[in-house]
Design a protein around this ligand. Structure first.
Ligand SMILES: *[C@@H]1O[C@H](CO)[C@@H](O)[C@H](O)[C@H]1NC(C)=O
Ligand SMILES: *[C@@H]1O[C@H](CO)[C@@H](O)[C@H](O)[C@H]1NC(C)=O
Length: 248
């Protein structure tokens, strides 16, 4: 999803937008909601594969693997109460993302994008402590995770941000992520201070129960993603003038 935001950075709006068209770099999209949605989908899909190697002409560095410096996920209600944080996470696979559909509702200033990512692989450091279905868990080490068949829906509400001595910039007023994972597997190294019997048993438990776990962790994971993506979107959109995109 970060990729989409980078694409928006890459698709710099140039001058010359008029009432019926919006000009995004080499893509000129009609303004009418349905046609704009299709045009944005095609534009994203033609840019996404290039993001793996970067788009030097727009100053976009190679972004596969994608590096996420820090994420924290807290869950304290229900059968899971775990405090966890992840650092130096490298993610491969986002450049294989396809945008399935983009829906624009210009009256509500709303854009809804449906995405499909065939596979994401992650590697990084984790630190976690808490309880999973009555079992105590704790660990601090390297983790690996693989997620298959990810469907995600990103809902963005556009807004405007005042700029000193200039016209208003486009802003991301809100961003909501919903996702569904088809299959997942993971490995946490150095659980329970390196006790390998306990660690192996817990890894087996995690892999056998990932679906239940991910249902429980869905809301905090979506919240964590939103917290990562919202400022990125705000930053990416701020290169656009609000009046070029938003209807009065
Ligand atoms: C708006 O821009 C498009 C694409 O650049 C152009 O084809 C069209 O003629 C323009 N319309 C007006 C009214 O200027
Ligand atoms: C899910 O992933 C695991 C580990 O990669 C694999 O063994 C299993 O067959 C997969 N299940 C499905 C339904 O694809």
């Amino acid at each position: 999803m970060t990729k989409i935001l980078l694409i928006l950075t890459a698709l710099q709006v140039v001058y010359g937008s008029n009432k019926s068209f919006i000009n995004f770099g080499s893509f000129i999209c009609p303004r009418e909601d349905k046609a704009l949605g299709q045009c944005l989908r095609n534009a994203f899909n033609s840019y996404v594969p290039q993001l793996a190697t970067g788009v030097p002409e727009y100053g976009v560095p190679p972004c596969e693997p994608l590096l996420v410096p820090a994420i924290s996920i807290q869950q304290s209600a229900g059968p899971i109460s775990v405090t966890s944080s992840y650092t130096d996470v490298s993610v491969t696979g986002p450049s294989k993302m396809r945008v399935k559909n983009v829906e624009v509702d210009s009256k509500k200033h709303q854009v809804i994008a449906s995405l499909y990512i065939p596979e994401l692989r992650m590697k990084g450091n984790y630190n976690l402590k808490g309880q999973l279905f009555m079992l105590p868990i704790e660990g601090d080490g390297v983790f690996y995770a693989k997620y298959d068949d990810i469907d995600a829906t990103v809902t963005i509400i556009l807004g405007r941000k005042r700029r000193p001595n200039s016209v208003d910039a486009l802003a991301c007023k809100s961003l909501e992520v919903k996702f569904h994972v088809g299959n997942a597997s993971m490995k946490l190294e150095n659980l329970f201070g390196g006790d390998s019997d306990l660690g192996n048993a817990m890894n087996k438990f995690l892999n056998e129960n990932w679906e239940k776990l991910s249902n429980e962790l869905q809301a905090p994971m979506e919240k964590a993603l939103q917290d990562v993506l919202k400022p990125l979107a705000d930053h990416a959109f701020s290169i656009l003038d609000a009046d070029d995109v938003l209807l009065p």
